[in-house]
Ligand binder design. Structure first.
Ligand code: SAH
Ligand code: MG
Length: 194
């Protein structure tokens, strides 16, 4: 895994940070989800962490075909490929497809494009089993989410969308949410449908 981490860093692929990874591992161990959905595979680093810490089958979504091919190699290399379904495409479309198929997951790891989390909100809720966990990474966007004043134009819509996502989570009575101000920030929400 250290080698994989180095690989990713050399290619400037932003993989899950260490403390956040520990929290994700704890969730896996605590709930032992049997079906996990990951949005944003990259090269399979976080996916392998999940697979290594519960008995799940993993469905993972990635729009970049080159990365997905690397991920497939890595899942093979670590003997996990049989437990993984790799789906190539835009998460928005794939989530819709999974909803149509009435799939349910006990854990969803949300780690794709940061400006898109809000757009996945409703479909994620439909895909999460009651009692399931939504773990969202990078929710503080290097401090920009809590920053007062003007956000640089380049990041503005992403930050605004992330704020909307967090507000909606906090206000949603079907979720119990904790936001952790650690590393790039992550949130853990438990779904308990009212
Ligand atoms: N979860 C990985 C890191 C994911 S980085 C880990 O921690 O190891 C985010 C990934 O999301 C990138 O590989 C990027 O290509 C992918 N991505 C970005 N927008 C996407 C979209 N709209 N649909 C699917 N994947 C997307
Ligand atoms: Mg991340």
């Amino acid at each position: 895994m250290e080698e994989l981490k180095k690989n990713a860093q050399e290619q400037y692929i932003p993989i899950i940070r260490d403390e956040t990874a520990k929290a994700l591992i704890n969730v896996c161990k605590k709930y032992n989800p049997l079906k996990v959905l990951e949005i944003g595979t990259a090269i399979g680093y976080s996916g392998l962490l999940i697979l290594g810490n519960c008995d799940c089958k993993l469905t993972t979504i990635e729009k970049d075909g080159v990365r997905l091919a690397l991920a497939r190699e890595n899942f093979k290399k670590y003997g996990q490929i049989e437990r993984v379904q790799l789906l190539e495409g835009d998460a928005k479309d794939i989530l819709e497809m999974l909803v149509k198929k009435q799939e349910k997951y006990q854990l969803i790891f949300l780690d794709g494009a940061k400006g898109q989390y809000i757009h996945y909100y409703q479909n994620i809720k439909l895909l999460l089993a009651n009692g399931g966990i939504l773990f969202a990474d990078n929710v503080l966007l290097q401090g920009m989410v809590n920053m007062k004043g003007e956000i640089p134009h380049k990041h503005r819509s992403m930050v605004v969308n992330m704020r909307k996502f967090l507000e909606r989570l906090k206000l949603d009575r079907d979720y119990q949410t904790e936001i952790y101000q650690v590393e790039d920030g992550y949130s853990i929400s438990k779904l308990e449908l009212k």
